[in-house]
Design a protein around this ligand. Structure first.
Ligand SMILES: C[S@@+](CC[C@H](N)C(=O)[O-])C[C@H]1O[C@@H](n2cnc3c(N)ncnc32)[C@H](O)[C@@H]1O
Length: 264
């Protein structure tokens, strides 16, 4: 069924779903290939395969996803963390920071990864979605970061107090007019995580405008972008008074991160 469905890698997906049903790590599956599968397990697997064939992401079906080597709980109410967002992590880890702000934190994957990589750092993750804040808080607890990470409901910078060495964000950047043409998998993601209901750039305008008031001198603003947005976002950073404005590419060579620094 998966071979004819929306998934590009049917065998990998089938293996992950079966491992979930059998409650074994996916990389141990070959060890139990000869074990019998019970009727309820077979029914559960068939039900998951049917949902996957309809386009539902594997992470939603198994309830978790690996990001930068760590497991995060995910639900249909937050964006499924994406491999390309690891470019933002790599870029952030090039600079020094002890206090970090993550705008539009979703599952908390960006903030919690940065704190795990920098054990002396503390951070704040904000999101307009209450469900996202609840999930990010759970992920913080599961990763042992509850003392260093706080999460709150906020419209971008609204609830951010104090200044930060690093402000990161992966905001919704798909233009409203592009939404009807998206892959079927994306229809399972919350719409507010994907689009700004405008030209795809309005969140960057808000974030660039608020950065100066929330960065320490010498602090960095770094955002994930869609591959065609680099010049527009870099222009906003420069207009907002940031220096050392740069663009970084993801593993596929597409523009993926724009960064800029508040002058010292
Ligand atoms: C592309 S998702 C990124 C989620 C997560 N940071 C990640 O990279 O997987 C964008 C996030 O921005 C949040 N968001 C949308 N509008 C917002 C606003 N006005 N203020 C704060 N967060 C917002 C969404 O709820 C969503 O969690």
């Amino acid at each position: 069924m998966l071979r004819h469905a929306a998934t590009a890698i049917p065998q990998r997906d089938a293996r992950l779903l079966l491992a979930h049903v059998l409650d074994v790590p996916a990389d141990r599956m070959t060890l139990i290939l000869r074990d019998a599968v019970s009727a309820p397990q077979r029914d559960a697997f068939d039900a998951l395969v049917a949902r996957r064939a309809a386009g539902e992401p594997v992470s939603h079906l198994v309830g978790r996803r690996q990001f930068y080597g760590r497991w995060f709980e995910v639900t249909a109410q937050v964006l499924d963390p994406r491999p390309e967002t690891e470019t933002l992590i790599e870029t952030a880890l090039e600079v020094d920071f002890t206090r970090v702000l993550d705008l539009g934190t979703g599952s908390g994957c960006i903030l919690l990864t940065l704190l795990a990589e920098r054990p002396d750092a503390t951070g704040l993750g904000l999101d307009l979605s209450e469900a996202a804040v609840e999930l990010a808080t759970r992920n913080g607890g599961a990763l042992g970061a509850h003392k260093r990470a706080a999460f709150a409901v906020s419209d971008w910078f609204e609830r951010a107090t104090g200044r930060f060495d690093l402000v990161v964000s992966n905001p919704p950047y798909i233009a409203a007019e592009e939404m009807p043409g998206l892959a079927v998998e994306l229809s399972f993601e919350p719409r507010m995580a994907l689009t700004d209901e405008g030209d795809g750039l309005s969140c960057y305008r808000r974030i660039a405008a608020g950065a100066d008031a929330h960065l320490h001198p010498g602090g960095w603003l770094m955002v994930e972008i869609g591959p065609t947005q680099a010049q527009a976002v870099a222009g906003m950073f420069t207009a907002a008074g940031l220096g050392e404005v740069g663009i970084r590419q993801d593993l596929d060579g597409r523009d993926r991160v724009v960064l800029g620094r508040k002058p010292l």
